[in-house]
Write a protein that binds this ligand. Structure first.
Ligand code: F6P
Ligand code: MG
Length: 450
């Protein structure tokens, strides 16, 4: 599919993509270098503390430090070259998925002299960056399963205790009203509306943003999707996941609500990524870890919790665990899929870390589309999924969503829940767009996440 407008790229210095290349990526890259330096420092101390009787272990530790330093060197070089707008390197042969896809696209961009960091389309360059970083780790022996963003994901999650307890208590209160809700679809609809809100703003990681929405916005947002959902019975819902931590928590709450409180949905499939992706995205290991982190209150030391709220959280998470055990909740790949996908094992999730817009999904991954066609509703979470759904194209913002989806429109029922963190936007009435752009207070509406 070829869109009638060009994609966003950093050649336009007023766009968010320029800001990303010049400022945001270097920060992310530097944070990985810091993380690795730290890890290596502790490995050196560990090795020094060993006596001669542990020579095998020592050799392994020393090798790990050596490999860690090699990765640091590669990342430092990358940072240097990025700042100087150098040509993007081919991804080396690390035996993992999508390498050819990236290298072929890179070669095509080269033909147009657009294979450098400040000239390539933003969507491609950003996806390529995470795949390239993965290759640095994938070719090592001892950092092969290392996620440089793991500690930051976990740390942020542990700061969300207050909202987690609050939501758990809300869900507990529902348990008492289950019969009443099922008997009364209009009450269920109101609740559904609130659940969508909660799940949407989980993408902003700031629940206070909820106050920015007017009643009218909320109504417009939900009517269509509820009308659709109401017609389903015991359907499967798919979540194309975005971020780990609090956002994944809100996805699980929403999924739980759909399965436990409505007759419309009886199973949920969650689609994770297989490589560390856009810093915060969910990997299979994050999914499992989320359930265990939630099961231990000592992970949320800063949150005020009452004995009741602890109990509420526990009973909700136990229900989720039983859903995972019985297959009501599933990942699209086995729970123990290693980073990189482990060959065949992770095959069903490879598409999500390609650089492609979703409009050609049917041609690029027919198996995946076949699978999604069996779904009652596919929920795409977050900003990057939205960029891929719309191709990250400079659509006039009043372009209908259907049109921006290209050939994907109508392939399966889909809902996109996204707080705006990139320039692309569609489906907004023209007068609203003009007002937002003109008003100084709202002119950053496309990227400020509100
Ligand atoms: O903040 C911008 C950004 O890095 C975009 O490049 C990307 O689309 C987005 O964040 C990722 O956000 P999300 O986790 O919501 O997909
Ligand atoms: Mg993300």
């Amino acid at each position: 599919f070829s869109a009638p407008y060009p994609p966003y790229d950093p050649l336009d210095k007023s766009g968010f993509s320029y800001d990303t290349v010049i400022r945001r990526w270097p920060i992310i890259i530097t944070s990985i270098i810091d993380e690795l330096h730290n890890a290596c420092h502790f490995l050196v101390l560990e090795s020094q503390a060993l006596d001669d009787s542990a020579s095998d272990k020592k050799a392994l530790l020393d090798e790990k430090v050596k490999e860690g330093n090699e990765v640091v060197a590669k990342i430092s070089k990358l940072k240097y070259e990025m700042a100087r707008d150098r040509v993007m390197d081919e991804i080396e042969d690390d035996g993992e998925g999508n390498r050819d896809v990236y290298n072929q696209e890179l070669a095509k961009l080269g033909e147009d002299n657009r294979n450098t960091w400040f000239t390539a389309p933003w969507l491609f360059a950003e996806c390529y960056l995470y795949r390239l970083l993965r290759s640095y780790f994938a070719v090592t022996k001892q950092w092969n399963n290392y996620d440089p963003f793991h500690s930051s994901k976990l740390k942020t999650f542990k700061q969300s205790g207050a909202s987690i307890y609050k939501i758990a208590t809300t869900i507990h209160d529902l348990e008492k009203r289950k019969g009443e809700l099922i008997a009364n679809p209009s009450k269920l609809q109101i609740l559904f509306t609130e659940m969508v809100q909660m799940c949407l703003w989980g993408n902003a990681t700031d629940l206070s943003l909820l106050t920015h929405m007017t009643e009218e916005d909320i109504k417009n947002l939900q009517t269509t999707v509820w009308e659709h959902l109401k017609g389903l019975k015991n359907a499967r819902v798919d979540f194309v996941l975005d971020n780990a931590g609090f956002e994944l928590f809100t996805d699980l709450v929403f999924a739980d609500f759909l399965v436990t409180y409505t007759p419309h949905v009886s199973s949920v499939v969650f689609h994770p990524k297989l490589i560390p992706w856009f810093v915060s995205d969910v990997l299979p290991v994050d999914f499992t870890e989320t359930l265990s982190v939630l099961s231990d209150p000592s992970n949320f030391p800063e949150a005020d919790s009452s004995p009741e709220s602890l109990e509420h959280l526990k009973s909700m998470v136990n229900r989720w665990k039983s859903y995972v055990e019985t297959g009501v909740f599933k990942l699209s790949v086995p729970l123990d899929t290693p980073l990189g996908g482990g060959g065949e094992k992770g095959k069903k999730a490879n598409f999500w870390t390609t650089p492609y817009p979703y409009w050609d999904m049917e041609t690029l991954d027919p198996e995946l589309v076949k699978y999604l066609k069996e779904s009652g509703l596919v929920i795409f979470k977050g900003d990057l999924n939205y960029r891929k759904l719309t191709g990250d194209i400079k659509w006039p913002a009043w372009t209908p969503f259907d049109e921006a989806l290209g050939p994907l429109a109508g392939a399966f029922p889909l809902l996109s829940l996204r707080t705006n963190k990139a320039d692309v936007a569609v489906g907004v009435p023209k007068d609203v767009v003009e007002k937002l752009d003109a008003d100084e207070e709202s002119e950053k509406w496309r990227v400020d996440g509100r």
